[in-house]
Design a protein around this ligand. Structure first.
Ligand code: ATP
Ligand code: MG
Length: 546
């Protein structure tokens, strides 16, 4: 384990040393209103990572206190994605299971004279809240008696008031420099069917009240969230201390959310893409959701590695998407088997070879245990058109008239003749193999600088390949609106000829198509109709900024 510590680990170390905390307990609290995206992976890695590092616990808690936009489909997808990323939660919890606890906490605050029922409209509350430079104005309902407040709050719960007609507000300080402390709303009347509690409740707690209670009730010690909540921390602390939870009280710690260039990091907008049919679903391989990324072929290991490498920051910034790709490439370079695929086929006939053989070719030179596969070889092959030049530039090491090249894992060949069609385009190459030049047993004495990939024409398989790009184009002239940046060319479908070993592949198997890039078999494949998604090219586009 690396010795470098981030600022959250420093805080935890102090808490353990001072005896404030004995077991570290974190939580990942998604709202089940969409699929997880790569930003959530960062939060997952921090929360589960801390629990692992300190031998503590991390709960998965669905923050489902807002009844309107939540769905069971999202709950299931979130569980699946977390498991895929390689994490195991301690307890699986639903914040909506605590509605009674939250209600009791609200009653407790009323009894302490720390909360009151207000009849103000949302507009009135907003108008009286004041500004950053001016204090707010106290609500005309602020001084209701405890008895009156209790009765009204029970009546709110019992459905005696229409939606929006009354709210419960915390009684804190209308002159606070922090606007969040100016008597925030903590409960509202809302008739909405909840996916977990059905129609049991017609009052629902607000996030800023619910979240600290959830944390405290579960015994979370370190409640990690993103920077937007920094200004809410005083309210968080106010809630946990005034609701009389036992020590140690949870501590909210903020870090900078992950942003990646040209990557949509908002569930709301991702949902819009799905709803409008701009993508095929939440797991479209172009989507930055964890299920999309998985289908795209990014290994979970690469994502964890990426989150580790970028570290935990205290100020917002944007990470280059090419940095994530570099992590993916690192992982695949170690783990993906090499195969041969030709995208733009040029026929090669070996004039002096009539045999048919199975060559034994290494799967992955970087694997811990090297394995091999059989690749058929015969008289007619395809190479990629870009590996032949009729009029080669200087230092051209691939195939050219009268030139030599090695076919990967096979023989050295010589190009005897390029056959042209009526338009003067190269239609076919007539080549001869160099005797005794077979890979691994080469006694030909001929040195060649170029090695190219190929497939056997008789046995190769035609497959479909999706070439993928980001769903967003580069931001130009400060245009940040996702709608204007939608990349209409994010998926290009092409065909390729691949070696027949790929007929044995299964969905989610990843390969390096030699000299081209990394590809994953998509679940849309069936039988001999194979569909691959491009994962990432071979070349590293990442340049560390100076
Ligand atoms: P979105 O804005 O996409 O809807 P959210 O923050 O509302 O995201 P939640 O379901 O509330 O989504 O998020 C669960 C956890 O993931 C929260 O603790 C949140 O802070 C964290 N999280 C969400 N987006 C990011 C991000 N881009 N980087 C780091 N953490 C994130
Ligand atoms: Mg949220």
């Amino acid at each position: 384990m690396c010795e470098y510590k981030n600022f959250i680990e420093d805080i935890i170390d102090n808490d353990l040393e001072s005896g404030k905390v004995s077991t570290v307990c974190t939580r990942f609290p998604p709202e089940p209103n969409g699929y997880l995206h790569i930003g959530h992976a960062k939060s997952l890695c921090i929360n589960f990572g801390l629990a692992q590092k300190y031998n503590g616990k991390c709960n998965l808690r669905f923050d489902d206190t807002n009844p309107s936009k939540e769905d069971q489909e999202y709950v299931e997808s979130i569980k699946k994605d977390i498991e895929w990323l390689g994490f195991k939660w301690d307890k699986l919890l639903f914040a909506s299971d605590y509605f009674d606890v939250m209600f009791d906490c609200a009653v407790k605050l009323i009894n302490k004279g720390l909360a009151y029922v207000s009849d103000e409209t949302a507009d009135e509350i907003r108008e009286r809240r004041g500004t950053l430079t001016e204090p707010g104005v106290e609500s005309p309902y602020r001084n209701r008696t405890v008895e009156e407040n209790l009765q009204l709050f029970y009546d709110m719960r019992d459905g005696k008031f229409p939606d929006g007609s009354k709210v419960l507000r915390a009684k804190i300080d209308m002159a606070s420099a922090n606007v969040n402390m100016r008597d925030p709303i903590i409960y509202r009347v809302l008739r909405a069917t909840h996916h977990n509690t059905g129609d049991k409740w017609c009052v629902y707690p607000m996030y800023d009240f619910a979240h600290p209670i959830e944390d405290a009730y579960e015994g979370i010690t370190h409640s990690v969230c993103t920077l937007e909540f920094e200004d809410h921390r005083p309210l968080y602390n106010w809630v946990v201390s005034n609701c009389d939870f036992p020590a140690p009280l949870p501590q909210q710690i903020e870090f900078a959310r992950l942003n990646i260039t040209n990557t949509i990091m908002s569930k709301r907008y991702l949902k819009k893409l799905v709803d409008e049919g701009k993508v095929t679903g939440w797991d479209d391989p172009r989507m930055p959701t964890l299920s999309g990324i998985r289908r795209r072929g990014y290994p979970a290991e690469a994502l964890r590695d990426f989150c580790e490498r970028i570290g935990v920051a205290k100020s917002n910034s944007e990470v280059e998407s090419s940095y994530l790709e570099a992590c993916v490439r690192d992982s695949l370079n170690r783990t993906a088997n090499r195969v041969m695929a030709v995208f733009d086929p040029l026929k090669v006939t070996l004039v002096n070879y009539d045999g048919r053989e199975e060559l034994t070719v290494e799967n992955n030179p970087n694997a811990e245990t090297v394995t091999y596969r059989q690749v058929p070889f015969s008289k007619t092959l395809y190479i990629d058109r870009s590996d032949f030049a009729l009029v080669p530039p200087p230092k051209y090491y691939r195939l050219k008239p009268d030139g030599y090249v090695r076919l990967k894992g096979a023989y050295i060949i010589r190009c005897d003749k390029a056959v042209l069609d009526d338009d003067g385009n190269v239609a076919e190459l007539l080549c001869s193999i160099v005797p005794n030049s077979k890979s691994g047993q080469d006694e030909s004495g001929i040195k060649v600088k170029g090695v190219i990939h190929w497939v056997d024409a008789d046995s190769c398989v035609d497959v479909t390949v999706r070439k993928l790009q980001s769903l967003l184009t580069d931001a130009v002239d400060g245009v940040t609106d996702f709608n204007e940046r939608f990349n209409t060319e994010s998926m290009k479908v092409v065909s390729a000829k691949v070696e027949p070993s790929l007929l044995n592949a299964r969905a989610e198997d990843r390969f390096q198509f030699m000299r081209v890039g990394y590809y994953v078999l998509d679940r849309d494949s069936d039988g001999s109709n194979l569909v691959f998604n491009e994962i990432v090219g071979l070349k590293d586009g990442y340049k560390p900024s100076k």
